[in-house]
Ligand binder design. Sequence first.
Ligand code: F6P
Length: 319
Amino acid sequence: MRTIGVLTSGGDAPGMNAAIRAVVRAGIYHNLRIMGIERGYNGLINGEIKNMDLSSVADIIHRGGTILKTARCEEFKTEEGRKKALNVLKVFGIEGLVVIGGDGSFTGAQKLSHAGIRTIGIPGTIDNDLGYTDYTIGFDTAINTVLESISKIRDTSASHGRANIIEVMGRHCGDIALYAGLAGGAESIILPEEGFETNKVCEKLIKGKMRGKLHSIIMLAEGIGNAFELGKEIEEKTGIETKVTVLGHIQRGGNPTAFDRVLASKMGARAVELLLNNKSGRAIGMNSNKIIDIDIDEALAKKKRFDKEMYQLAKQLSI
Ligand code: F6P
C-alpha cells in the first residue's frame, strides 16, 4: 500500500479536521502518499483530488467544519457513479480510502470495499446515531454547544417566567437532546425513542409553576415533532407563554472539544494502521473507552441502543 485517499462526507461535524490531520500525519509518518478528496463522493467522481503534505493540515486541529469540504452525493448511489469513482481511484493510484462520515457515507464505503478498494470508515456526525460505537466525532462538541444555549435561554426563561422549547438536531436519534437536556437540567426531554404526551408535559409545567419555578426548559429532538406546533398546544393548554428556539446549524460548527479532538486523532491513526495491515471494510468506533474496529456490514446492521437509564435519570432529577 503506497497511496491512500481521505474524504469527508455527509453533514459536517466538529472534529473532522482533527481526523483528517491524523490520517495525513500518521500516513506520512509511515511513508505513505496521502491524497485529499474534496466534497465527499462528489469530488471522488469528478477527480477533485489533491496531494496532502504535512503543512496542508497545519493549524486545523482546533477548527470546526472540514477543510476537504463535504457533500451528500446522489450520483454515488448509482452503479454508474460508483464506476466513475473506481476509475478515478485507479487513475490516481489510490489503493486505500478513509471515509469520515455517518451511516450514509459508510454505506458508500462498504460498496467500494466490496468492489475491491480497501476502505475504512471513521464515524463523523453530530447525531451519535451509529449503533456500534459509543461516540461519533462531533457529538461531544454539539452537546456542549447546545448546553451553552440552554444556559442562556434559561436566564431569559426565568426572567419572564416563560416556558422555552429548544429544538435540537439528531435526525431519528435523541442523543443530542438527551445528553444536553440532562446536563442542562431541562424540565422535560422529548425524544423519538420514547414518544410523549403533551398533557404530561403540561402537567409538569403547571406543577413547577405552582412550586415557584421561574424557568422551564423543554428539550425537543427534531425527530419527534414540530416545536412550533407543540409550543402553541402547550400555551393553549396551560396559559403559560411558550417560546421556541430551533438551534439548527449552530450545532454543527465551532471548535471541537478536547474529547472530539482526541477521539478523532486516535481514530485517524487507527485507520492508517488498518490500511497498512491490508485490512478493508472496517468501521472504527469506541467501546468502553477503547478504540475498536469492526466489519462495516456489522457496524451498519447494529441497532442503536437507547440509553433508557439515562432518560429515567433525567426524569428522576427533574421532578
Ligand atoms: O446528520 C447531521 C444533521 O445535522 C442532522 O442532525 C440533521 O437532521 C441534518 O444533518 C441536517 O442536514 P442539512 O445540513 O443538510 O440541512
